[in-house]
Ligand binder design. Sequence first.
Ligand SMILES: C[S@@+](CC[C@H](N)C(=O)[O-])C[C@H]1O[C@@H](n2cnc3c(N)ncnc32)[C@H](O)[C@@H]1O
Length: 362
Amino acid sequence: MSVIDPANQYLLQLLREAPSETLWWVDENILTLPTTIKGISAITNRYDLYQQLKQHHWPANFSDFDASHIAESSLSCVLLRLPKEKSLVHFLINQTARLLKPGGELCLIGDKSEGIRGFNKRAATRLGGNLEEKKISGGLWFGKITSNPGKAGEPLDDHNYPQLREVLDSFDTGFQFISKPGVYGWQKIDSGSHFLIEHLPGMLDQPLPLSGKVLDLGCGYGYLSLKAAGPQTHLTCTDNNAAALMCCEANLAARHLSGHVIASNAGDLVSDQYDTILCNPPFHSGFATNTELTERFVAAAARCLKSNGNACFVVNKHIAIEQKASKYFANISVYTENNHFKLIHLRQPKASKTKYLHTSDQ
Ligand SMILES: C[S@@+](CC[C@H](N)C(=O)[O-])C[C@H]1O[C@@H](n2cnc3c(N)ncnc32)[C@H](O)[C@@H]1O
């Protein structure tokens, strides 16, 4: 699905005009990619974007925005379309200060409502150079900040972005987990996922922990796995977010749970068959609502579920997932619902086990 987004259009123009030795921080926003542009490399924390970059022959790295492989003061230009999370923006600006040559430029694009003008100012203080600002259209702004290491300010507060840390949740008393900024809802338990765990024994007619092979599709830091799995569970956890995968791995290790944690785009690289699939699917890509993405999670569940297995989804009440699921499952029921969420029980996957929904049309 292509989203015509003026910010992305402007970014594309900047990419075409960028000098060699340019780095593009690629965050969660969708962009129709051009074929690689000479001299520009990319780092992304999203596996689906990494796959797209690779398809278009970009030199790209998939990581939680780790730029340690790039030498200090080696870049002429860095491009960034503002991500949603403030601590991430500050972290990327701090990293940029290390990477730019004196006189090199950081280009920021973002909406006024996303705080672009404040980020422009803070980036100028951090990099020590001049700020040129321009309104692109509507609320969209562009900022070009020059690096002047002699006048560089203190690092911006990034809440120690790269650090994994222990979080104690107050909602589910005593539940402790490892997480970090950059992970979906990193400091909390998702209330939809909590609702699913509460009803899971009834839905499956078996107590927790689950036995057999369990797939946690869109695992985040691993909440569903941590609550549903025990020593007899063979877990596979998958997500497209590099920070989520690191945290999930750390959480499984801390609980001595055995499992594989793999990067995938809506489960596309999961090839095994599972007794149980647990999923709280995303319905946003970057800033846009994306029901096609939710459908790809349902399709992946059908492909990966044993014929007698159970896929348990929790979704917002307004998502018409049942209708989409009827393409992929013969047996679909709403187990229960509350004011916000419904629990969908999917059984008897329909025949084709090799059918993938195309990912190239995002
Ligand atoms: C609603 S969250 C649920 C997270 C976790 N299961 C929980 O209960 O806290 C949805 C998850 O899907 C992941 N996600 C979003 N787009 C994805 C994609 N294309 N492929 C795989 N995972 C994706 C997000 O990173 C996020 O962790």
